[in-house]
Ligand binder design. Structure first.
Ligand code: HEC
Length: 192
């Protein structure tokens, strides 16, 4: 295509675009947008003044202690398959991508020998009691912002309870299951 022809075609496109814009503007002048003063079809909405809004549903993790009392260790072993790419649960198990998890329930956080933890987990206080494990396994990155554990979490409370029951069993002297008083305390804390 020679230059002149190209210019003609280009001019054609430009003109078309200009016309389209002009047409649009013109239509706005002829039929201006209007805000209706009120709904064309008023709808009666009953506003109940006495009821207060329901509290927003509590975001997980759901309480765990009551579920732990009836947890199924065998089912926990199955759920633990989601962890075995990175963790060993047996006594003397080596650190892999994640630390060995023998005797992890009630252990200090970030305390397995020879494992290089994230700064985030290292700086975290406290031990892995049932509730800490529940919160961590629900959503690791929410509980420990900056953790190296690349795992989305276990959304079902039963899965977490079964798994924690299995973790508990992987110890020389498993710690006590939650008492009725522990369960009651957790339930009332959750209700507030
Ligand atoms: C993709 C690898 C990966 C998977 C899958 C994984 N983890 Fe981890 N886990 C890690 C890493 C890495 C760390 C160290 C985290 C850090 O340093 O922030 C960790 C840390 C932990 C800790 C803290 C240990 C300590 O000594 O403080 C626990 C408990 C844990 N994982 C449990 C689990 C369980 C239970 C599962 C399965 C539901 C699981 N993890 C799945 C990689 C993984």
């Amino acid at each position: 295509m020679d230059d002149l022809k190209f210019n003609k075609v280009a001019a054609g496109f430009l003109l078309a675009a200009l016309l389209a814009m002009a047409g649009y503007k013109l239509s706005e002048v002829l039929v201006p947008h209007q805000k209706l003063a009120q709904n064309a079809y008023p709808i009666e909405v009953q506003v109940a003044s006495t009821t207060t809004a329901a509290p927003a549903a509590a975001k997980g993790p759901e309480p765990i202690l009551a579920l732990l009392a009836s947890a199924d260790v065998e089912a926990g072993i199955k759920t633990a398959k989601k962890c075995t790419a990175c963790h060993v649960f047996d006594k003397g198990g080596k650190n892999k991508v994640g630390p060995g998890l023998w005797n992890i329930v009630n252990a200090d956080k970030a305390a397995v020998d020879g494992f290089s933890y994230s700064a985030a987990l290292t700086e975290m206080e406290g031990g892995w009691d049932y509730q800490a494990l529940n919160a961590f396994l629900y959503k690791p990155k929410a509980y420990v912002a900056g953790t190296k554990m690349n795992f989305a979490g276990l959304k079902k409370p039963e899965d977490r309870a079964n798994l924690i029951a299995y973790l508990r069993s992987q110890a020389d002297a498993p710690i006590a299951l939650p008492s009725d008083a522990d369960i009651a305390a957790e339930t009332s804390a959750q209700a507030q």
